[in-house]
Design a binder for this molecule. Structure first.
Ligand code: AMP
Ligand code: MG
Length: 402
């Protein structure tokens, strides 16, 4: 076996990821717990909303023509025929020429009326109401299908549900909402040097940072992470853990051991149990990345360095999550920013530079590979395309926010 990786461009790697991505699976969940989830089907209004012509103010339902020219000096005098009750249509109350009816906010517009005068512009004189402002036809009235029309699409599939959406979904009669099932993603940390978070590392040992970081990202991205702990760089350990994890997960991520050192087991084990589709991507950091498939399930080998693992998670694994969630557009947050200084880059690989953001200006944070501190001192990543020799000071870029 060659000691060198056969790297492919990021776009090709992402295309492979999309090709092997499982379809979203739909499930129904209660609308009140749907926030953050991704709609898996379009939703239409099952009735006209509001469903009746409705007052948007407290006031008097009138015929607009009866108020023409009314003002403080010369109010229109209208005979009040009654008070509209909330929550029902009162057939007994109607508004004819020269009359009006009191109507509260949300009340059903009575027959004959075509506008509402706000109570602030009226004066009550027993059965007569003084209207001190002219109303125009339709003023302060919400028409029966003005908000949403029966049968019309209110939401399209692929949208992340906001709290406001939940309100509109409820108004549309969706007690339960079709959403994409959260993908279950297995996380396996590999490396003889790794120790659990609870241990004090001895010389040469490091705490497993990746599992927690990857799990946290996945949780935030609407997936269910499933942690399988740390395994040694031994073939049997890899096979045993993958045999356990695969039936329980939709996707499996291994971190560490993804390169071509003799200790690096991931590629050989994936090849033996399934197939390796990509081994090596023209991305920095993150070149030694594996995309494979075992029993129809995507399996990734991420580089061990936490910063590299994180970049690959965002740049390569995220498109898979987007597909599995059925997202119409990625929910990864981004922000446009101006580059503070020239950032050189090596042609031929797509580079992801950690940047700090301040008032719309992105300053790169350079540091030796393998540092954890740049992950928390930075606000996100900016991408330098493979064909570019760098980013020029003053150019405007999209920053992928952490
Ligand atoms: P590897 O990709 O296995 O060659 O590992 C590259 C570097 O990342 C090594 O310094 C490892 O100790 C470190 N590393 C690997 N896995 C983890 C992990 N889960 N948490 C923190 N560091 C790790
Ligand atoms: Mg290793």
């Amino acid at each position: 076996m060659s000691r060198f990786l056969n790297v492919i461009p990021v776009a090709e790697a992402v295309a492979t990821v999309i090709r092997i991505s499982p379809e979203p699976v739909k499930e129904m969940i209660p609308v009140e717990s749907s926030v953050g989830r991704i709609l898996a089907a379009a939703v239409t209004a099952d009735t006209d909303i509001p469903g009746f012509d409705r007052s948007v103010v407290d006031g008097y339902a009138v015929r607009a023509a009866d108020t023409a020219g009314a003002g403080d000096a010369i109010p229109a005098l209208l005979h009040c025929t009654g008070r509209i009750a909330m929550g029902r249509q009162d057939a007994k109350i109607s508004v004819g020429p020269g009359t009006c009816a009191y109507i509260p906010t949300g009340g059903v517009l009575p027959a004959g009326a075509d506008a509402i005068v706000m109570v602030e512009y009226t004066e009550d004189a027993s059965d007569t109401v003084l209207v001190k402002k002219a109303a125009s036809h339709g003023e302060n009235v919400l028409l029966r299908d003005e908000d949403f029309k029966k049968g019309k699409t209110v939401f399209f599939a692929g949208r992340q549900i906001t709290p406001q959406d939940a309100g509109v979904l409820a108004a549309c009669g969706c007690a339960s909402v079709p959403v994409a099932k959260k993908p279950i993603v297995g996380i396996i940390s590999t490396g003889n040097e790794l120790v659990p978070v609870t241990m004090i590392p001895g010389p040469g040992q490091v705490r497993d940072a990746n599992a927690s970081m990857i799990a946290a990202y996945l949780t935030e991205y609407g997936c269910v992470p499933r942690l399988y702990g740390i395994i040694l760089d031994e073939r049997e350990a890899f096979e045993a853990i993958l045999t356990r994890a695969l039936p329980e997960c939709d996707v499996v991520l291994l971190s560490g051991g993804s390169s071509k050192d003799e200790r690096d087991m991931t590629a050989a084990v994936i090849a033996a149990m399934g197939e390796v589709l990509v081994h090596g991507i023209a991305i920095a950091p993150g070149k030694p990345t594996i995309i494979g498939r075992i029993a129809e399930k995507p399996v990734f080998g991420l580089p061990g360095h936490p910063a590299s693992a994180f970049v690959v998670l965002i740049a390569i694994v995220r498109p898979l999550l987007d597909r599995m969630l059925g997202l119409s557009r990625s929910i990864q947050r981004t922000q446009r920013a101006t580059i503070a200084v020239n950032i050189p880059s090596q042609r031929g690989r797509e580079e992801y530079v950690r940047v700090r953001l301040e008032n719309g200006v992105a300053t790169p944070l350079f540091g030796k590979s393998g540092l954890l501190n740049t992950l928390i001192r930075s606000d996100g990543l900016t991408r330098i395309p493979a064909g570019a020799e760098g980013l020029e000071q003053g150019s405007v870029v999209e920053v992928i926010l952490w």
